[in-house]
Structures are given as structure tokens and as C-alpha cells.
Ligand binder design. Structure first.
Ligand code: PAZ
Length: 313
């Protein structure tokens, strides 16, 4: 009998479109210069189905703001980005034009028989820099976006992506911002069909999801710069829990954040130091995003880490 994480992969067979997605990640990584820095950004919440033919599921909170914004800042710092995100959560670049905002920047122009759709003049200055960065990223082939919905899909993709990152060694950063459920119903304990109300209120037993940081740090990407996130709603718990995670998994950094203040304040907890990053109200009003500061800090520390890794080897 293997460890709990091995059991998870034994019990939960690969999701239907897993092989195609895995191949996409493999093909993408094969075309990347191994001398480039690369980051795997995970983003958005996982679902935990209550039935095999899923009508109902438990969801994890996350809009995908942290992950999608960070992906853009990593690209700016010259990283190649694999962005593994919850389907329909925020994605890099398009996040700026979500919902009605997208239609509001457009106008219809009719000249003689020709109808065209244009970006409104007053919006050009805000759209142009984002569109330009997007097109350049696409041309360079520096961004791959792959989606998941359920916890099982996420965990299979995480392992597959890590395997593709192994050849990059210390050049790889893992930035695990996705809100991954701690609880689930194992596939072999889940009803096949929709639960019926005639049977009375259901009693649902959730089990603990194995902590994948353990094999990730020790087996899948032992040379990478691994950053995990810790979300709490009680500020008092945050730093202790971040330290506990760091001591347990021995990775490079835990970024602690509190649900209500996550856009203004985070604490970067590392083995020998901590760094609190905050946005002032002036910075927030000016539209600065905390992810720009987080990514700048990580890129600098990653750079030092790589120098140390090549010095030691
Ligand atoms: O996606 P978002 O910007 O709404 O929220 C980001 C976040 C709070 C999900 C992220 O910063 C985080 O803490 N992720 C890890 C959550 C956890 O499993 O503890």
C-alpha cells in the first residue's frame, strides 16, 4: 500500500480530456529554450463533486485575480508561463475586459454599405497597451493556458505539469495560488446518480485531500523554487500556519493572505525571514496591483536562488 497521495492517483483515474491537455503542456515545454525561466501559476478554485453524474458540488472560493494578474507580471519579468486555471475564472489579459466592460469599449460604425466594429476612441489608450502585450506574448509563444474544474482534474494536471518542468531545474518557479479543496468524497464512495430528496437529508462524509506539496517538493520538482499560498479568515492564525507549512514541506516560501484584505496585504514567509507587502490607499486608487510587488520580490529571490544553485553544483 503506497502513500496517501499515491492512493489518490490510484483510485481517481485520469479525467476524460487529461491526455490531450498533458500533451499540450509537453509540446509547449519542448519548444521552450531550457535556458529560460519558467513559472507554473495555478489559479482559481477546485470543485468537489457530490455525485459521479455531477449535478451538485462543493466549490472553493477564488475569482482567479491573484493568479491571472501574477501571470502577466511574470511575463513582464521575462518568464515563460504555464497558467493552470479554473474554467471561467479570470485569465491573463482578457481579465481586463470581462463581462459588459468588453461590449462597452466597442462601437458600431456604418459607412455606406460597410458595417464595422471599432474600439471607442476614448478607450484606445487603455486597450492598446494590454492588447500589444497580449499579441507579443502570443507571437513569442510564452503563455500556455490550461483549464480544470474539479479537484481531481487539478491534481492530475498539477503532476503532469511538474513532470514537464523537471528539465528546467532551478529555473522553474511554482506559484500555487489556486484555492484547492482540503476535503473531498473519494470517487469509490460517491453515488453514481443525482442524490434524491425523497431519501431524506443526505449525510455527506468528506475525507481529507492528501497534501500534494509533499511529493511536489520532494519528488516531482525537487530543484524548483516552490511558492505556496495560505488563505485564512482569522488573521491571528495566518503567520503560524504559514510557518507550519514551510517547516513541514521545506519549500521556499508561503504567501499568507487574509480573505478580506488579500488585495491590499500579504506576508511572504520564508525559512529565515518574512516580508510584508502592502498597498497604500494612494497606490490602490492609482490602480496598482499587489501582484506586481509580489512577483517583483519573487523574481529577485528566484534569481539569487538560481545563482546559489549553479554555484553549489
Ligand atoms: O483568486 P483570488 O484573487 O480571488 O484569491 C486568491 C487566493 C486568496 C485564492 C490566493 O491568494 C490563495 O491564498 N490561494 C491559496 C488558498 C489556500 O488553499 O489556502
Amino acid at each position: 500500500m503506497g502513500s496517501q497521495w499515491e492512493q489518490f492517483y490510484l483510485i481517481h483515474s485520469t479525467p476524460p480530456d487529461f491526455e490531450e491537455k498533458k500533451k499540450e503542456i509537453q509540446d509547449f515545454c519542448q519548444h521552450i529554450d531550457p535556458e529560460r525561466n519558467i513559472v507554473l501559476v495555478t489559479s482559481g478554485g477546485t470543485t468537489v463533486p457530490l455525485e459521479h453524474n455531477t449535478v451538485r458540488f462543493v466549490d472553493n472560493f477564488s475569482a482567479g485575480t491573484r493568479g491571472s494578474a501574477s501571470a502577466e507580471y511574470f511575463l513582464e519579468k521575462g518568464y515563460v508561463v504555464i497558467f493552470i486555471h479554473r474554467l471561467k475564472s479570470l485569465e491573463p489579459f482578457v481579465r481586463h475586459f470581462m463581462g459588459q466592460k468588453f461590449l462597452d469599449i466597442l462601437e458600431v460604425q456604418k459607412k455606406e454599405d460597410v458595417t464595422s466594429i471599432m474600439v471607442k476612441n476614448e478607450c484606445v489608450n487603455s486597450v492598446l497597451p494590454i492588447l500589444t502585450r497580449y499579441k507579443l506574448t502570443k507571437e513569442a509563444g510564452d503563455l500556455l493556458c490550461i483549464s480544470f474544474t474539479s479537484l481531481t482534474e487539478y491534481l492530475w494536471l498539477l503532476r503532469a505539469a511538474c513532470e514537464c518542468l523537471t528539465p528546467f531545474g532551478s529555473r522553474a518557479v511554482l506559484y500555487l495560488a489556486a484555492a484547492v479543496s482540503d476535503f473531498y468524497i473519494p470517487s469509490n464512495e460517491m453515488p453514481i446518480h443525482k442524490m434524491q430528496s425523497e431519501a431524506g437529508p443526505p449525510t455527506i462524509y468528506l475525507k481529507l485531500v492528501p497534501k500534494m506539496l509533499e511529493p511536489l517538493v520532494n519528488i516531482w520538482v525537487p530543484n524548483a523554487y516552490v511558492v505556496s499560498f495560505k488563505l485564512e479568515t482569522d488573521d491571528e492564525l495566518l503567520i503560524d500556519k504559514a510557518h507550519a507549512a514551510l517547516n513541514k514541506y521545506k519549500h521556499k516560501m508561503v504567501i499568507g493572505n487574509v480573505l478580506q484584505t488579500r488585495k491590499q496585504r500579504v506576508v511572504l514567509v520564508m525559512p529565515n525571514t518574512t516580508n510584508e507587502i502592502q498597498l497604500s490607499s494612494e497606490e490602490m486608487e492609482a490602480g496598482l496591483e499587489i501582484e506586481s510587488k509580489i512577483v517583483a520580490d519573487i523574481a529577485e529571490r528566484h534569481n539569487l536562488f538560481m545563482k546559489g544553485a549553479s554555484y553549489n553544483s
